[in-house]
Write a protein that binds this ligand. Structure first.
Ligand SMILES: NC(=O)C1=CN([C@@H]2O[C@H](COP(=O)(O)OP(=O)(O)OC[C@H]3O[C@@H](n4cnc5c(N)ncnc54)[C@H](OP(=O)(O)O)[C@@H]3O)[C@@H](O)[C@H]2O)C=CC1
Ligand SMILES: CC(=O)N[C@@H](CCC(=O)OP(=O)(O)O)C(=O)O
Length: 347
């Protein structure tokens, strides 16, 4: 079987990671590679680490260029993906790595992103708990998939077992994230001067303003939280990749350390890409670099009466490109793990 894949945004961080991750899939063959200002350049000029693709020429992102493929991956700024996706044929599988189609609520879109809401597509997180079972059962046959936000993936995977099992109170969640520079995209990351960024940790989008807040709350509600609330603070730290989400919530009445641990272990026992670490060992972003891995740990802070859950991912793999490939496999009826690995890169 050959799956012809077009990648829009091939000059960016996510586009580059889509090219790297998807090239490990035995059935994938790349068709058009498109972008915007870099059209006419070679991939090698923008992604020098992708040596086998170095001589491929980047085309402008047009409906014509993206037509005639089995799969189109959009790795474009939000807004740009909605504009092009609306013109793509209905029978091509479109995986949008941007935010345009993630939210179910047009009001939430207007509040956090502004402008018109493009719509809502099936959500590309196979592990998500939904009222109708796990999200993976809803993806086969889908022709449109909204790939989750990277911070959202880390926070959701950290906490959803406790929500689904009823052992935490999700109306008072506090999340603090250490996030790497590549999450900001190539253009912004280039502006983060090493002289100022190195050696410093800087919070941003503080006070409930981050665009991922409504997406996280949507996932918590999907997992069964009746009135989810979160105080969310991302902190930019000097690493190129990685997200470490530390998430806490009150212990539900009647729950204890045993029921909490059992909830997390049971939730992820059969998940190919989520690993609950042995007790006492805590996730590190370095162990996820380059892999479609989510490492999770949980404990009870008895004095505070709160559950503390931590999740580490590579923002560009499980946080985006890996999640896209995982969802593509499920949508096409292929083994979910095809072409994906939990073997990271270290040291
Ligand atoms: N970085 C991350 O960790 C994550 C990012 N995402 C999302 O993925 C998407 C891509 O992000 P990222 O790769 O980081 O961003 P980059 O800035 O690194 O790359 C953006 C890409 O989009 C292209 N582009 C910009 N404007 C247009 C346009 N008007 N029409 C067509 N192409 C355009 C650029 O092309 P050119 O260079 O030629 O101008 C470039 O290829 C965003 O929606 C982002 O929010 C999601 C999860 C994680
Ligand atoms: C460091 C940094 O800025 N990280 C970005 C990552 C978000 C991202 O890219 O996700 P979307 O697809 O939802 O835009 C942020 O926190 O906004």
């Amino acid at each position: 079987m050959v799956i012809r894949v077009a990648v829009a945004g091939a000059s960016g961080y996510v586009g580059g990671e889509v090219l790297r991750v998807f090239s490990a899939h035995p059935d994938v063959e790349f068709g058009a590679l498109t972008a915007h200002a870099s059209a006419g350049d070679t991939i090698g000029a923008h992604q020098p680490h992708l040596v086998p693709l170095a001589s491929r020429v980047i085309e402008p992102t047009t409906v014509e260029a993206l037509s005639g493929h089995d799969v189109v991956v959009l790795a474009l700024p939000h807004g740009a993906s909605g504009a092009i996706a609306a013109q793509l044929p209905a029978d091509v599988l479109v995986l949008d790595c941007g935010a345009d189609y993630r939210l179910a609520s047009a009001d939430a879109w207007a509040e956090y992103y502004g402008g018109e809401h493009a719509g809502t597509w099936p959500y590309g997180m196979p592990e998500l708990v939904t009222p109708n079972g796990l999200q993976r059962s809803l993806l086969p046959g889908s022709k449109r998939i909204a790939v989750p936000g990277c911070n959202v993936t880390a926070v959701t995977l950290a906490l959803q077992p406790g929500i689904a099992a009823g052992v935490i109170d999700a109306s008072d969640v506090v999340a603090t994230l250490a996030v790497g520079y590549s999450g900001a995209g190539k253009k912004l990351a280039a502006n983060l001067l090493a002289a100022e960024g190195l050696g410093s940790a800087v919070p941003y989008a503080v006070g409930g303003t981050h665009r991922h807040v409504p997406e996280i709350l949507q996932n918590f509600a999907s997992a069964g939280a009746p009135n989810p609330r979160i105080s969310f603070t991302p902190v930019l730290v000097p690493m190129s990749r990685g997200i470490l989400a530390s998430v806490t919530a009150p212990l539900a009445p009647g729950a204890d350390a045993d029921s909490v641990r059992a909830a997390w272990i049971d939730a992820y026992a059969d998940e190919p890409f989520v690993r609950v670490l042995p007790e006492g060992s805590w996730p590190a972003t370095a162990s996820t670099v380059g892999a479609n891995t989510a490492l999770v740990q949980v404990t009870v802070d008895a004095k505070a009466g709160r559950v503390v859950a931590v999740c580490a991912i590579d923002n560009l793999v499980k946080g985006t490109a890996g999640a896209a490939l995982q969802s593509m496999n499920v949508a096409l009826g292929l083994p979910e793990t095809m072409g994906l690995t939990m073997m990271g890169l270290a040291p």
